[in-house]
Design a protein around this ligand. Structure first.
Ligand SMILES: Cc1cc2nc3c(=O)[nH]c(=O)nc-3n(C[C@H](O)[C@H](O)[C@H](O)COP(=O)(O)OP(=O)(O)OC[C@H]3O[C@@H](n4cnc5c(N)ncnc54)[C@H](O)[C@@H]3O)c2cc1C
Length: 369
């Protein structure tokens, strides 16, 4: 039986980041087992780009982003010797009151470079948008495009160089007490285990299945008049809807999507689907852009795994502190990846972390929270 000091199950963003941090900590026998190949497009971490920002509707995530921007991403960029965050301004807007107010409340009292604008000033700074009526607007100067595919490629390089990567192997079960991991190619054993299985986490950890809902997302790439690369990053926080977009990094056009949280409750993450939400994205852009998009260039599919409150799960398995779990990263986990990787590695090795805003709110991220 192959033996490891720490075995990571799932090689998406979070598994790769956890393995990267374990290697940084000097763990000798790190294994990572992935059912597909690193960089595949069946889970949550593929595609060229993601948005990073500090504007959040919850002060805990604003504070975690401060650590992610100041420490975690620079550490990964240094180890990868590659620029992974490309700084761009972002605007976040929505009707005053309602969910938009949560962003103002969360940012109040935290020293972060996010400014409130009235619609006239917002139109001057972000002229591609109409900003009609009584809207609140935030200008986030900490935002940027995360070069997502570059990040995964850099992490895969680092992890392959220091760990044993087992690809094309599906984990069938994890025994938290014996720490034997059953795969279709035979069992593996580890002193400690980190499970970062994305939309499949509930299958491996039945105790979490009720808390984790996989939801399919569709992203649309669109041709626009003018320089698509000059588009801002943006997010609309409406009374009952949430849209976001950015330039289609490393490809033509802009990218936009509807943030969908209420998918079929028992979605099979392996099942094919079609995407009516593309129509909603086009209708939103028709209403809010000064020059609506010219045509749809492409669509992409991706999976969210959501908890009820969109909090992440970052905790030990209730039956054994030798098993650490990272799950429920929803549609906002990429910007935290290098930080959640560090949190998972520290929970696994030390039982507690050096990330103060995480420790201060740790109960929220618990298995049974
Ligand atoms: C459309 C879309 C847009 C997004 N936009 C943003 C954004 O702008 N900003 C942001 O911060 N975040 C964003 N996110 C969220 C972010 O991308 C995810 O939170 C993050 O990628 C989750 O990574 P993960 O490692 O948890 O999951 P995954 O990448 O899915 O990794 C899980 C891995 O586990 C493997 N696995 C599962 N089961 C097994 C098994 N039994 N055996 C072996 N391997 C297994 C899977 O194959 C997979 O590789 C977006 C997500 C989507 C879908």
């Amino acid at each position: 039986m192959r033996e490891f000091d720490v075995l990571v199950i799932g090689g998406g963003l979070n598994g790769l980041c956890a393995a990267w941090w374990l290697l940084r900590r000097g763990v000798k026998r790190v294994g990572l087992v992935e059912r597909f190949t690193l960089g595949h497009d069946h889970g949550s971490s593929h595609g060229a780009s993601r948005i990073t920002r500090s504007a959040y509707a919850d002060a805990v995530y604003v504070r975690l982003m401060q650590v992610a921007h100041a420490e975690a991403w620079p550490a990964l960029e240094a180890d990868a010797a590659t620029r992974l965050i490309h700084r761009r301004d972002a605007c976040l807007f929505g009707p005053n009151g309602g969910p938009f107010q949560d962003y103002l409340d969360a940012l109040a009292g935290i020293d972060v470079d996010v400014e409130t604008l009235d619609p006239a000033e917002a139109r001057r700074r972000f002229p591609v948008f109409r900003f009609p009526g009584d809207l609140g607007v935030l200008h986030d100067r900490t935002a940027g495009i995360v070069a997502a595919a570059d990040t995964i490629a850099a992490l895969a390089r680092i992890v392959r160089a220091g760990a044993t990567v087992i690809e094309g192997a599906t984990v069938l079960g994890v025994d938290p007490i014996s720490r034997v991991v059953d795969t279709q190619d035979g069992p593996l054993r580890a002193e400690r285990i980190i499970v970062t299985a994305g939309a499949w986490a509930g299958r491996l950890l039945p105790g979490l299945a009720g808390r984790l809902t996989p939801v399919r997302q569709t992203v649309v790439h669109l041709a626009v008049d003018g320089d698509a690369a000059a588009f801002p990053l943006w997010a609309w926080r409406g009374l009952g809807d949430f849209y976001y977009g950015l330039p289609s990094f490393q490809r033509p056009g802009i990218k936009a999507a509807k943030h969908v949280l209420d998918g079929p409750p028992a979605l099979d993450p392996d099942a094919p689907v079609d995407a009516p939400e593309t129509r909603d994205v086009l209708a939103f852009l028709e209403e809010h852009l000064v020059s609506p998009p010219r045509e749809v260039l492409a669509t992409e599919r991706c999976l969210y795994t959501v908890t009820d409150d969109e909090d992440f799960v970052l905790d030990h398995h209730p039956a054994s502190a030798a098993v650490t779990v990272g799950a429920g990263f929803s549609g906002h986990g990429f910007k935290f990846g290098p930080l959640t990787g560090r949190i998972l590695a520290e929970l696994c090795l030390d039982g507690e972390t050096t990330v103060a805003p995480f420790e201060a709110a740790r109960a929220r991220f618990g298995w049974g929270a």
